[in-house]
Design a protein around this ligand. Sequence first.
Ligand code: HEM
Ligand SMILES: *[C@@H]1O[C@H](CO)[C@@H](O)[C@H](O)[C@H]1NC(C)=O
Length: 511
Amino acid sequence: MTFAIPALALAIFAVSVYRFTNDLKSVNHIPGMRPLFAPFSLFGAAFGTRWWNPGLNWPWEWRKSAFFNHTHDVISIVPVISGGSSVYTCSMDVAKQILAAEGKTQLFKPRRIVAGLLLWGENIVAASGDMWKRHRRIVAPALTSKTYALLIIETIATYREMVDAEGWRDNDHISVTDFNRLPRKLALILIARCGFGLPMPWVDAPTENGLTFGKSLTIVTETVIPRLVIPTWLYKFPIERIRIIEAAWSGLGSFMHTFLESRKDELQATDDRQRGDILSRLVTAMDSVGKVSLNEQEVLGNIFTLMFAGHETTASVITATLGYLAIYEDEQEKAYAEIIKVIPERQDPTMDVLQNLPHLLACFHEAMRIYPAGVAIVRELTEDITIKVKRPTEEQLTLQQGTLVVVDMIALHHNPNVFSEPDVFRPSRWYGVPEHDISMFGMGPRACIGRKFSHTEALCFLFLFLRDWKISVPLRDGETRKEYEERVMGKAGMEGLVLGVGPISLKMTRR
Ligand code: HEM
Ligand SMILES: *[C@@H]1O[C@H](CO)[C@@H](O)[C@H](O)[C@H]1NC(C)=O
């Protein structure tokens, strides 16, 4: 008996050493981090970012120092105690080599990583292999020029609702704290209205239990991670916070179901397959067979996923763009001049107009480079892949089947070997860069399908907002703009599932 405990400890130690050694071998001994827990594991996520635990926020906090100050194209993370190992890259070149292989070797999206998006059903973002091809074939073409035309109309309408509801109509000087909530609400409303024809006003009408569609959706998008972690039996307990989460989730389920059913009826009654929104296309796919069909569960899964992918990302970049334009007044004036040049009268913008705002678009891209909302592209290798790396030395590296590979979008877009002076907000670096080189939307066959949706929405909103308001930042006594930038814009982190700048305040003056 007396030997049992030391023997057990020794056995655990031996197993750990064995596992750790094997994990090191599986990542080819690529140098990197050896923390206690893997960042994507339960413990890893529970503890904050410390030297012994990267946690969830290390890609932002260590954006300069990880990858040995960008002297290495790839690093490995091999945890000592728990969680799987992984290989990370900050190199554009390596990212392209890996992601270009997508079509041929069918990289896999690990189920545990996309679990949050699978709660309603299979969908384009979570699926892999042939199933992904089927979803992509149906969902990508569902975004049409009709969708974007509708999006412009709804962005203009929503902006006006916002101006009224926020009480800006009769004020010439306004201070807004936590401006972030406004683009978030705007983007959610727009994906709901234009993606799915769901009525969602800026000011929700009250309902019996207080949980409108909009409120439920907001709660659901904010609680995906708790929902995955909280065991189901806990939902039976009378804890107010948990009860609301439960009500929002089940409420959203029945909302989506109702919308789906009524759309089915409408489509049957009118045979109107020409509507601009995505839902009609998805519902139509339910009647088809074979390569272009989706079942009901998959339609729900895609609706939910698109609402997710389609709103927090764009919202976070709109906020960051305004945050920077408030600091860099010269860039803001340049954007304003461009806006009033393209429509001298105060008419509503059209698609033609929005496609003629190169500087404003560059500002949006530059904010997106600094805060790439889609922070990580994660894949599991289904076979060995040999890649060429340049740093620290030029060589070929073989990554083994089963390896978890992560393109670190933050480190990549802050990599001085790719973007000179990466800390500087300099929109001009995006002038004339072709669409498919805007790497913040991903690379290869699985790159973002919402690029045009996001551009249209953001440019339309920024156009309207910057035409009406001159914005600046509330500096503290004696604070310089540079200091303000470091204090406020330097603070970023995960908001829901995307990277976003911390809360920003804006001072607005009517133009
Ligand atoms: C600033 C805004 C956005 C950013 C930064 C962004 C970023 C990305 C990135 C990096 C990927 C690739 C993920 C991967 O390969 O694992 C992606 C994929 C995707 N995005 Fe976006 N996105 C944005 C807006 C949108 C919008 C507005 C929608 C929908 C209307 C959308 C829908 C999707 C979908 C469905 C995919 C999955 C494509 C596939 O796997 O085939 N995104 N996005
Ligand atoms: C990275 O740069 C910082 C600051 O210049 C320096 O203190 C640190 O030692 C460098 N780290 C590595 C691994 O080179």
